[in-house]
Ligand binder design. Structure first.
Ligand code: IVH
Length: 676
């Protein structure tokens, strides 16, 4: 590696650790694991040790004591904190009950009473009370050893500090869940991913004063070690807890038999949206302590309890509003703003409604109670509407016929191939005229596959647009850095970094450049094809002058839809101006034709029909590797038509008419000195 390369590599790592530090220390919102952070730190120090010339003021080798120690004192749980086995279906529950009756050697009709307790998704804690005084509080840790977080727990109002009732045991570990209510979480949304993280983060603050600022709650549900507890079943224990001053779950219920558990489950699922705290299932515990004792534990979970989990990727919520988002191509996408709900560990507050047709088909309205699904990383969507819960006064959603951003008429295109109306409604304005389209186009311009300007993210585009620093792509390369340095959140170093990233990208390949323009239907692949065809920026730009759009049809892979879109792009004077302005500030590198002197130099090919043992994609790359080009239609510009099985008759006939050379697979391979 050259010195410059090493320096760049080092700079990148320093920049990254600086960013991680900011997230960790200033925003209390780490974006990588401790392990990843430590690894990066190690890499930086290793590089510095290896190369003397590497130096940075903000290197982790210089900045010490930045990261607060998160180590709390460890403490042994007197009785292990167990976990729970999971059930997802009625079948799982029947199995659970069957195992219990078998274990206890009871007849199958033996009735079991369960304490059914909605399972709050928080952080469990164990509170030791001696003679009625709260003396110590531990986190779960690994179940055997926890962390001593007494001081932090003591800041929680729901945790009684002294209990002087005579039925309170002389020594007991009260166990329960620390959590944060959804309404309180709303104010902390920017800091944490979900209420559970917020609770966990605040509970483990080094300084209990910081914990105090967060409105944590505590609900009690079980115990560990006890001396002097005089109840013989779980439900009575829950009643005692509330008598002693602890909060318990208001939806706890005593239930007999699996059928009734299932009924209760469905009731709770429906109630879930109305609760102010996240629950991720229901815990069922055999109510009788004597039976619990007999049943005992398997590994680290009790035989007498199970967690009936809610399906992790679906949840019900209420649509509070329907917003219309406008994309880079002017597409109007309706988005449901829903009452925030935790789906599989992620708080969801937006769900896409896809397009106008989807809203009409499902008759989705503001105020509707809906089932939302979140699968993997895709944007959550609405599965169905619960018509029974529809408010009386609701009315059909009227999709806007004017663009909410610029007021232009919204239109539906006619698909060129199917001749049908598109499902998507679009803003009919000319690109940069519409504010929202313009912002989205700029976001696309700086994005990863386009100009890939480091550190120039979506938020910065929005911000700079608002501040009138950028309006058109060329403005990015003429930024007023002095002005930016004075903005909140910016400083010398960050402005230097931004300047560096922008300048670095002033040289760009023609294909990335074409892609960055954000012409509708011209994605990465098409941009590549067009770049290979025109080779230079000038030739591409001259398309408008020569009005020779048909030429584009010769490119294999480019069809009418793309040609029309390019034509549209060039017919807009604003776009021509953008091209001219960008040309002044950028170096747009011409595409390189590899192996210009191959066997198929200056020859064009078209394949029709099925070839044997070789795919279309392979033959295309074979032609290109040997300096030939493939085209998509029969014309005078075509030199060779390669025919396979069942060729398109029309193509063969036109080729004959034009007296073009027609080859079969073997003849073609012979041209390359290959035989099949
Ligand atoms: S009882 C032996 N009861 O669920 C029983 N746990 O995976 C174990 N939880 O770590 C605890 N609500 O954080 C119990 N009503 C409830 C609960 C509950 C939530 C959590 C707790 C535990 C986890 C078990």
């Amino acid at each position: 590696m050259k010195k410059k390369e090493i320096q760049n590599k080092y700079k990148k790592k320093i920049k990254l650790i600086h960013k991680l530090n900011k997230f960790y220390f200033d925003k209390s919102k780490p974006i990588v694991s401790d392990k990843e952070y430590d690894e990066l730190k190690k890499e930086i120090i290793l590089l510095e040790n290896q190369f003397d010339f590497l130096k940075s003021k903000i290197s982790p080798s210089k900045v010490v004591g930045h990261k607060p120690s998160k180590n709390f004192k460890k403490s042994l749980h007197r009785v292990q904190m167990l976990s729970l086995a999971n059930a997802f279906s009625e079948e799982d529950l029947l199995n659970f009950e069957k195992k219990i009756t078998n274990f206890l050697s009871k007849k199958t009709d033996f009735k079991i009473s369960y304490s059914a307790e909605p399972k709050i998704d928080g952080i469990s804690a164990s509170l030791t009370y001696k003679n009625g005084t709260f003396v110590k509080g531990l986190s779960r840790g690994d179940g055997k050893v926890g962390e001593d977080i007494t001081e932090n727990l003591a800041t929680i109002q729901d945790i009684p500090k002294n209990i002087s009732l005579n039925d309170f045991p002389e020594d007991i570990d009260i166990r329960g869940e620390v959590f944060i209510q959804n309404t309180d979480f709303a104010n902390l949304k920017d800091k944490f991913a979900n209420p559970r993280n917020a609770a966990s983060g605040s509970l483990r603050q080094k300084n209990s004063e910081d914990t105090k600022k967060i409105p944590l709650k505590f609900i009690a549900y079980t115990f560990g070690f006890e001396k002097g507890l005089s109840v013989d079943n779980q439900f009575d224990y829950l009643k005692r807890l509330s008598k002693w001053g602890f909060k318990t779950n208001p939806f706890n219920k005593l239930i007999i038999g699996v059928k009734n558990l299932i009924q209760n489950y469905h009731e709770i699922v429906k109630k879930r949206t109305d609760l102010d705290f996240d629950i991720d299932g229901i815990v069922y515990k055999v109510n009788d302590f004597t039976l619990q004792k007999r049943l005992g534990n398997v590994a680290n979970a009790p035989r007498w309890a199970i967690a009936h989990k809610f399906s992790s990727n679906k949840a019900m919520s209420v649509i509070e509003d329907i917003e219309i988002q406008i994309g880079r191509t002017g597409a109007l996408t309706p988005v449901a703003k829903i009452k925030p709900i935790n789906i599989g560990g992620v708080v969801v507050s937006n769900a896409t409604l896809h397009n106008e047709d989807e809203i009409n088909r499902k008759d989705i309205r503001i105020g509707d109670t809906v089932t939302v699904e979140r699968a993997g990383d895709v944007i959550p969507h609405i599965l169905s509407v619960d018509n029974n819960k529809r408010p009386k006064k609701s009315s059909k959603f009227a999709f806007p016929d004017k663009c909410p951003s610029c007021g232009s008429k919204t239109i539906k295109d006619i698909n060129l191939t199917t001749k049908k109306e598109d499902a998507v409604r679009r803003c009919s304005s000319e690109d940069y005229f519409c504010k929202k389209i313009s912002i989205e186009k700029l976001k696309h311009f700086v994005s990863k596959e386009a100009f890939n300007i480091d550190g120039f993210g979506k938020k910065i585009v929005e911000n700079f647009w608002k501040l009138k620093l950028i309006k058109f792509p060329q403005d990015i390369f003429k930024l007023d850095y002095n002005k930016i340095e004075k903005l909140e959140g910016w400083g010398k170093l960050s402005v230097e970094n931004l300047k560096y990233s922008i300048n670095e990208k002033k040289q760009i390949s023609l294909e990335r450049f074409i892609y960055a323009l954000g012409i509708r239907h011209i994605g990465l692949e098409n941009a590549k094809l067009i770049s290979k065809h025109f080779l230079s920026f000038l030739k591409f730009k001259n398309l408008s002058k020569n009005n020779n759009y048909k030429d584009l049809l010769n490119i294999d892979g480019i069809g009418d839809t793309q040609v029309n879109s390019i034509k549209n792009f060039f017919s807009n004077k604003m776009n021509i101006n953008i091209l001219n302005e960008l040309d002044k500030v950028l170096i747009i590198k011409s595409a390189v034709v590899e192996n210009k002197n191959g066997l198929l130099k200056n020859k064009t090919f078209l394949v029709t029909g099925k070839l044997i043992g070789i795919s279309r994609a392979e033959i295309k790359s074979l032609i290109e590797e040997n300096s030939g080009t493939t085209v998509s239609s029969v014309s005078k510009k075509l030199n060779y038509l390669i025919i396979g099985e069942k060729p398109t008759k029309k193509k063969v006939e036109s080729a004959k008419e034009l007296k073009l050379r027609i080859l079969d697979q073997n003849q073609f391979l012979k041209m390359l000195n290959k035989t099949s």
